[in-house]
Design a protein around this ligand. Structure first.
Ligand SMILES: *[C@@H]1O[C@H](CO)[C@@H](O)[C@H](O)[C@H]1NC(C)=O
Ligand SMILES: *[C@@H]1O[C@H](CO)[C@@H](O)[C@H](O)[C@H]1NC(C)=O
Ligand SMILES: *[C@@H]1O[C@H](CO)[C@@H](O)[C@H](O)[C@H]1NC(C)=O
Ligand SMILES: *[C@@H]1O[C@H](CO)[C@@H](O)[C@H](O)[C@H]1NC(C)=O
Length: 356
């Protein structure tokens, strides 16, 4: 797989309608880019969606908007552990909302997370398929309620008959009703481009795609060990591989064009380092790249490392390279600014801004 990744250009298998290439560079140190520090947004699917929420609430001074795709419920829904996490996914009506809201306010006033008032007016896009059997749409409605209570401007999309996947419309995905379709890179062909709808909501004046657009930027692997402070074995292992940054041609290093930065938290069983499916991985990267090229958005992909161990309920999420959404890292700070995973990604963003 390494050989494939490091060849100069990778031929992507983009389903039966389209074929294209993303120019892949050799691994290098993550560099600073000319990005507007007031334009940083995040998104993610499934576990990545929950991480996007955690990250936005934690660093709301920095993060101006979020796209939440089929996440596991509202911020802090897994704070009390695996059972609470499961309840929020399957039985959202059992989530104790007053408890959850109080906790968020407490975290804000004790500075475990940035001032919750920053969410007021921020843009948030939330999507969950009506055929999703992994996450109850009610969980995403709760997420929307929580955001609205703190004044976020939320666009919800609950009418697409998608399974647990990211609705797209260009031939890259599997069937619309697929659940966790790994071989399709979790993209579901639903005649609807949710990635584009998200960006149109997060940014004013998003340039629409034209038919047959192919990515023209560069995908650059970078060493994630730069961002680990060495505090724990668990964490160095989780980020041992490369992360990736997609840079549109207008945003290359030394560009004078001011670009935006968007961070994508990948779902479980993913990351470009995942064994034997780098081509599949790049479907999602291409999906974002189409919009990113036309709108000068640099896209950062931190990658959790897949760990080949036998899975058990409590640690299985880590082993499948999921983000920590219920405390599997054993840190009570996991969903806050001090959480190790969040801290590492924060440092990556600082590097892109030229401050780390
Ligand atoms: C919700 O949690 C609060 C404590 O934060 C508790 O007082 C209340 O009884 C709980 N509600 C339910 C329905 O369990
Ligand atoms: C958000 O800000 C507006 C205008 O400053 C204010 O009227 C409103 O009460 C705020 N909402 C929340 C939830 O704090
Ligand atoms: C997953 O998507 C592929 C196309 O990429 C399709 O051939 C396959 O049937 C799908 N699997 C399921 C279980 O839907
Ligand atoms: C390393 O980062 C963690 C958060 O991931 C933080 O709690 C810890 O204090 C840091 N340690 C050092 C030595 O900087």
């Amino acid at each position: 797989m390494t050989k494939i990744l490091y060849s100069i250009c990778v031929l992507l298998h983009l389903g039966h309608f389209t074929t294209g290439q993303i120019h892949l560079e050799a691994p290098q140190r993550l560099g600073p880019y000319n990005v507007d520090p007031d334009s940083i947004t995040v998104s993610g699917f499934s576990s990545g969606g929950s991480m996007a929420t955690q990250f936005q609430f934690s660093y709301s001074t920095l993060i101006k908007g979020a796209g939440i795709f089929s996440a596991y419920g509202p911020y802090l829904s897994g704070y009390d552990g695996f059972e609470a996490f499961q309840t929020s996914i399957k039985y959202p009506n059992l989530v104790n909302m007053s408890n959850l809201l109080q906790r968020i306010v407490d975290f804000s006033s004790s500075h475990k997370i940035d001032d919750i008032m920053n969410l007021n007016g921020s843009r948030v896009y939330i999507i969950g398929g009506s055929k999703d059997i992994v996450v109850n749409q009610g969980s995403l409605r709760l997420a929307s309620t929580v955001y609205s209570i703190f004044g976020a401007n939320v666009l919800t999309q609950f009418s697409i008959p998608a399974g647990h996947g990211i609705p797209v419309t260009n031939g890259r995905g599997g069937p619309c009703t697929s659940q966790i379709n790994l071989s399709a890179g979790y993209l579901n062909e639903c005649g609807f481009n949710s990635v584009f709808q998200m960006f149109s909501w997060l940014f004013d004046n998003t340039v629409p795609l034209s038919v047959g657009t192919q990515p023209t930027g560069k995908l650059i692997p970078f060493t994630q060990s730069d961002f680990i402070n060495g505090s724990s074995y668990e964490l160095t292992r989780a980020f041992r591989g490369n992360g990736y940054i997609y840079v549109p041609s207008a945003c290359q290093i030394e560009s004078r064009v001011s670009c935006r930065l968007h961070v994508v938290f990948r779902e479980c069983i993913s990351g470009p380092e995942f064994p034997d499916h780098s081509d599949v991985e790049q479907k999602l990267i291409a999906q974002y790249a189409e919009v990113a090229d036309l709108n000068n958005i640099v896209v950062l992909y931190p990658a959790m490392e897949y760990v080949m161990l036998s899975t058990t309920t409590n640690t299985g999420q880590r082993e499948l390279a999921c983000w920590d959404n219920y405390g599997y890292t054993g840190q009570s700070t996991f969903a806050t600014k001090q959480g190790a995973q969040a801290s590492i990604v924060y440092r990556m963003i600082q590097r892109v801004l030229g401050k780390f």
